[in-house]
Design a protein around this ligand. Structure first.
Ligand code: ADQ
Length: 463
């Protein structure tokens, strides 16, 4: 079995891995040998294509440094001000500066040059996310013949949004040079296929994609997940219980509605608070007995649109407080900080409602983590956006259109009024789906498809 080389924008740092994804990939690496390659986090004056290897908590990591201008164009620029908003169908928030593409391409070339000397012919390479779409092309241009897979963690855009991206035809050509392209949801594969099919000879003449040959590249959905049983244990761990006790003291008998998200415009945070405001305005019986807690650590805050989202959330939280708070009751808590997984698991379990209402999301792991953390005898209810990839695998959530705050308010009412037996029935099905789509199964399925030899190796081993 060949080694596995994982490539992502950043490599995991020291200390306990923050997310389930990093834990799962580390586990896969430990089983197969190989290393994790990415940017070190350091900005330097002169570009270098020398990778530095080190062992971090038993994981072999190879890193390169980037120059400040290259990093700006590649990361804050092309990746997060063009690709992220366009792939999330927010062209209104995109800043289309075509020249950023050069920095994006240059960094991908630098990754390829630094990685190539360390590759063996039978290494399997697994590239992660929109920052690195051109990496297979750049490696192949340098002569790499390895199996290379790509996984997109965010949604794939509709054709119109894709056309708005500078150099979109090169990016599609880049995708065609992977052996396997993995997407989160069937929705994404359908959008990709529709786009790829346009290049057939019978389509509109002059289509710039006419010459892209997708015949050697396979595209399929591999829905990512969490480790729901690990969350079930974490949720009753001493660290979780400590957090739960603190919050219970201030909540008293109020029922908790919980949101946990990076502070990102794709997550629909102002709309969510507005829906809660409507719940309180429409039905006085929910005042004084419910509490919304929104945990939203800032992210990418050098980008103007992220600061504006933060301001919008500040404003609406202030408005709801001003409108409904009383000297002895506060309708919401808004915390702009990150917490460890045990604390989050405890809060998920304490919540009567998990409010996961992104306007568009690749999968949404918070939905998975919320399901995993519930008490089977008294589970909470998941209110979920139909525009999260998670909607495809969690049909037993209460599904909402997050743009329609009246509908979300009504979903909150249903969730808060839901009888115990219905909560148990819905959760049982959700938990079965969270287990089926666990992060371990995700990585195994992807790698088995990327490197079929692995399948026969493991089949032989089982016999
Ligand atoms: P994200 O946009 O970051 O991920 P999500 O899938 O919800 O969104 O993952 C967020 C992770 O960060 C979760 O593991 C969550 O526990 C953690 N997190 C959130 N708020 C936190 C807080 N306050 N403190 C600590 N941890 C917090 C992208 C895509 C998603 C896709 C994932 C994985 O946008 O659609 O599901 O990658 O592919």
């Amino acid at each position: 079995m060949g080694r596995l080389i994982i490539v992502s924008n950043r490599t995991p740092g020291k200390g306990p891995a923050a997310g389930g994804l990093a834990v799962a990939l580390r586990k896969t690496l430990a089983e197969r040998e190989g290393f994790w390659f990415g940017w070190s986090g350091k900005l330097v004056d002169a570009p270098s294509s020398e990778a530095r290897f080190e062992s971090i908590d038993g994981l072999t990591v190879a890193q390169i440094d980037l120059t400040r201008p290259d990093h700006h164009a590649y990361y804050a620029g092309f990746s997060n001000s063009i690709l992220w908003p366009s792939f999330h169908l927010r062209l209104d928030l995109a800043t289309i500066e075509g020249h950023w593409y050069e920095g994006y391409r240059a960094v991908n070339q630098q990754f390829a040059r630094a990685l190539l000397p360390h590759l063996r012919p039978d290494d399997i390479i697994w590239v992660h996310d929109y920052h690195l779409i051109p990496l297979a092309s750049e490696l192949r241009n340098l002569g790499a013949r390895n199996r290379i897979g790509f996984y997109l963690h965010i949604p794939f855009p509709t054709a119109d949004a894709l056309y708005a991206i500078p150099h979109h035809n090169e990016l599609m050509r880049d995708l065609s040079r992977y052996d396997l392209v993995g997407m989160q949801a069937k929705r994404d594969v359908a959008a990709f296929t529709e786009f790829a099919d346009h290049q057939s000879p019978s389509s509109i003449s002059g289509n710039p994609l006419k010459s892209v040959d997708f015949s050697r590249s396979e595209t399929a959905a591999f829905p990512i997940g969490s480790d729901p049983d690990a969350f079930a244990s974490l949720a009753v761990s001493p660290a979780a219980t400590k957090m739960v006790k603190r919050v219970e003291r201030t909540l008293r008998e109020q029922r908790l509605i919980l949101g946990v998200d990076r502070l990102d415009y794709s997550k629909g945070l102002p709309q969510r608070v507005e829906a809660y405001e409507k719940l309180l305005a429409n039905d006085a019986r929910f005042r004084r007995v419910t509490h919304l807690m929104q945990i939203a650590p800032p992210s990418r805050d050098s980008i103007k649109e992220y600061q504006e989202t933060s301001d919008a959330l500040d404003a609406i939280c202030g408005r709801v407080m001003g409108r409904f708070a009383e000297p002895d009751w506060s309708p919401l808590t808004y915390v702009k900080r990150a917490y460890g997984q045990p604390s989050l698991a405890g809060l998920y379990r304490l919540a009567r409602v998990g409010l996961v209402t992104p306007l568009r999301d690749g999968m949404n792991l918070v939905a998975h983590e919320f399901v995993g953390s519930q008490d089977p005898a008294n589970p909470g209810v998941l209110v979920l956006s139909r525009f999260a990839g998670a909607a495809e695998i969690f049909p037993d959530a209460i599904m909402v259109n997050p743009f329609d705050t009246d509908e979300t308010a009504e979903a909150l009412r249903m969730a808060l009024d839901m009888p115990l037996q219905e909560r148990i029935d819905r959760w049982t099905t959700l938990m079965a789906a969270a287990r089926k789509y666990s992060v371990d199964n995700w990585s195994r399925n992807f790698l088995e498809r990327l490197a079929p030899a692995t399948t026969s190796d493991s089949a032989t081993a089982r016999r």
